[in-house]
Write a protein that binds this ligand. Sequence first.
Ligand SMILES: Cc1cc2nc3c(=O)[nH]c(=O)nc-3n(C[C@H](O)[C@H](O)[C@H](O)COP(=O)(O)OP(=O)(O)OC[C@H]3O[C@@H](n4cnc5c(N)ncnc54)[C@H](O)[C@@H]3O)c2cc1C
Length: 457
Amino acid sequence: MEKYGGAYDVIVAGGGVTGCCAALAAARQGVRVALIEQSGQLGGVAASVGRFPWNGFWNYQEDRQIVGGIPWEIIRCLQSEGEEAETHLDPVMESLTDVNGPLLALILSELLRQAGVEVWYHCLAEEPLVEDGGVRGVYLRHKEGRKLLGCKVLVDATESADMARKTGCQVVCGQEGTGRTQVASTAIMLGNVDMEALIGEIEKEPKKVRPRDFTEKELEYVIRSLRESSLSCIGTFRRQVEAAKRDGLAMPDRDMISGTIYPRRGQLISVAVKVAGVDPMDAAGYSRAESEGYWQALVLYRFFRGYIPGCQGARLEGVSCRIGIRETVHIRGEYTLTAEDLERGTLFEDTIAQGSYIMDIHSPDHGGVDPCTELPTYRIPYRSLIPQGMEGLLVAGRCISATHEAMSGFRVIPIVGAIGQAAGTAAALCCIQKKEPRQIDAGQIRTIILESGGILG
Ligand SMILES: Cc1cc2nc3c(=O)[nH]c(=O)nc-3n(C[C@H](O)[C@H](O)[C@H](O)COP(=O)(O)OP(=O)(O)OC[C@H]3O[C@@H](n4cnc5c(N)ncnc54)[C@H](O)[C@@H]3O)c2cc1C
């Protein structure tokens, strides 16, 4: 075992959008940064299948952009490579921005390279090194063996708070009291969809287009955008789901199926697979979930081809490389963000990110999605990133200190990216000022975020 004690100032565990934004933000403050990613690709869920919609840059009701900073810079980079990366406004989903997954992985790699971040691919961040009540390094697990990388601050951007959990930090699994977590899904991407036939079918019963009563004006907009936007949401196909179940197709436990269509490309993605209770830190359970997810994905593919107009000749163009996990645990931090905070738009002095995406719970208890709660612009405080009782550690992404319901709102990609940017900025300030995360003045984090194009209201 080799020790590089103090070789890095900041280490980020997990190379999804959250982790990449954290690593970039830290490196841009001039400190030495490493990012550890267990796979050979950056981007996490957002790059796991050919195209993936990013929800949350825009507040639909207020008709204004509310997330900027590094997440928006990534979109601009995609555009500079020839992608349209259109942002489509939607009365339920607020906004969807069209992101090409493989190109995202390349852009993230290039941004990190330019910023001087050392990426340790194919390395599992196995265990943090804790000394004197604080994290001072990370043990990696690689085919080569086990390695220790030293650091002053660790940002945990794993999808399941792996590092925080292994320090013994207190966590809450899913919903307080019940332990229920949102279901996990394997995504499928279909190509060669006859959009004329598919949209024509939806237009026959426009009121059933989505699980929500739209006003006439909203409905007209939603239907028109099926033809005019480069991406749109579709659903619910309840009649077809019932027919498939009657015919004995072993459908995922859903009473409706939704998806995102890309009319100009003849493509469709669906994340309607439903696997409950998945935790990547349970090896056997995680493996069973992958098998179950792949099985349901195959059934879903058969369903689209067999029952949905326009999809008879559809081809499978992509399956997510691993099951997408919406929720595992939430750390107990210095502040726990609640549904009420989101509903009221509570103002925090230490706001480091904001959002307005709906509370959107893919429930393990029934065959649908819990009714979405519309929200004003809400804020995320820095204190929710700081675990109680542990120094040298910040948590970013969907495992920050929040309730199950609150997390269902801010879990979308632009918002977790903005949280990552704040965590990376704070970690760099710790190194520069020789302080622990809880001693950092959030005002300084905010100033740096605002100077780099972030939007904090
Ligand atoms: C099925 C599904 C559908 C979704 N749909 C949408 C949508 O339509 N729009 C939207 O905006 N959001 C959507 N979301 C939410 C959003 O995708 C995620 O919340 C977001 O991608 C989280 O980003 P992240 O970087 O925090 O985590 P992830 O994307 O999960 O990335 C975590 C990264 O960390 C790595 N990692 C994990 N543990 C370790 C370790 N111990 N060591 C090293 N590396 C590790 C993983 O390999 C991965 O690359 C969806 C989520 C899911 C699961």
